[in-house]
Each structure stands twice: as C-alpha cells, then as structure tokens.
Design a protein. Structure first.
Length: 83
C-alpha cells in the first residue's frame, strides 16, 4: 500500500487480528518500521497520514507516574496532497 493513506483507509478497527497482521506484513514488504524509543519529555513530529501506532507502555502506579499524551494537529488535510 502507499506510505500515506486517506484517513478513512487507516482510521478504523480491524475485523480480526489476522486482518491486522496481514496489513503489518504487507507494510513491512515496503520497508522497515522506524521505532522511536520512549524518553521522558520527548516530542515526535511526523506526517500523521503515515501508518503509525504507539508502543505498549508500563509505568509505576500512582498519579505522578501517569503518562501524558498530547496530540496537536495542524494544516488543512484536504489541500495537503492536492496537485
């Protein structure tokens, strides 16, 4: 599949784990995944039309150890790939 996809093509739940795994295998035939290791106060900026996911995580119990995830969107998706 193309590296970047329209929102409807990727913003959905898979019918089964098998369907999700088939997509993962297909993507890996086009190149390797880039992994960004966790670090405190790290920001990642990327084109969100690309396939992506968060790694699983585990933090110590308690309010002060909770994970905070901020998502900021910008730009006009309708016009980004025009032309």
């Amino acid at each position: 599949p193309p590296f970047e996809q329209p929102t409807g093509a990727i913003n959905h739940e898979f019918d089964s784990e098998r369907a999700e795994e088939a997509l993962r295998r297909s993507l890996l035939t086009h190149g390797e995944a880039t992994r960004v290791p966790y670090r405190c106060n790290r920001a990642c900026v990327f084109v969100s039309d690309q396939y992506h996911e968060s790694e699983s995580f585990e933090f110590e119990a308690g309010y002060r150890n909770r994970r905070v995830n901020l998502t900021m969107l910008f730009g006009d998706r309708r016009n980004v790939r025009a032309g």
